[in-house]
Design a protein around this ligand. Sequence first.
Ligand code: XIL
Length: 340
Amino acid sequence: PSLKKVFANDFAIGTAMNTRQIEEKDPASDALIKEQFNVVTPENIMKAEIIHPGWDRYDFDLADKLVAYAAKNNIRVNAHTLIWHSQLPAFMQHMQDADSVKQFFQQHITTIAGRYDNKVYSWDVVNEALNEDGTLRKSIFLEKLGEDYIVDAFRLAQKAAPHTKLYYNDYNIEQPAKRAGAIAIIKKIQAAGVRIDGVGIQGHWKTGTVPFSDIEASIRAFSALGIEVMFTELDLTVLPNPWDNATADVGATAQAGEKMNPYPGGLPDSVQQSLANDYAALFNLFLRYKKNVTRITFWGVNDGQSWLNGWPIRGRTNYPLLFDRNFKPKPAFYSVIKAA
Ligand code: XIL
């Protein structure tokens, strides 16, 4: 079965594409991408450090390649991302002069969004601008341009890319305080008469603790603003995170390192099953709101490619996606298909 086919009347189904896949050096992923997904998000290659490595220097090679690949295969591109505090080029990171930051900001958005208008479907215009308490996150943009930088980013993107959907994207914005911050951002953009088409909830959650009721409340609250709601970087870690209390329970006698990587030899059936149950429940929820939820994107094709093998701790073996390291569908894949 194919995810994009079974959900064809409900929402778009996406995956992140990593650099090797975009370079067409990974035929096994390629086959699966064409079979399962109708929208892709570049995992890294459109971030500023790669696409805009020097003050006057842009590198569009891989982005152009991705756009051509998508057009040829009838796949949409959600471009990621224009304005983000992370993965900035070195020349940008410690820029002192506010005028230079402003010039970078304007040129960056105008050049890149302009080049890909009519070629990509949508942009994550601003990514991760919020703290957990809903206040604006400290960044070079906030510091040098002031809090209007978010509205300004959307205004510039709208001008440069009038045919492209424009989104705000962040993690944990299903949580009430941070959600309120996201709502404030969206309302401020709308009040300025600037276009925002949707909001992306990243969806980096954890098996066993998926915040279903906050997710549902967020779908309702964001939809009430008249915009699309998307889940844009979905994965469910099966490993303890250093910040959660559950960590202490994973093998009382094990070393700290082992506690953080309890299943290096494979996922026990019981955890495999909870992952499948959580994914099924999530898709059942998304389906109840299919009028408002327009896209579900997984953050990677298979478990071996997931960023969660390296974050927040390097060298872990994680199993957060629907396909295993051999590209075989897991029980979670079949439970999602069954939800359709
Ligand atoms: C991650 C990529 O998956 C990694 O390959 C990279 O090293 C760091 O960034 N939120 C986002 C994504 O918006 O861009 C991040 O992607 C994951 C968290």
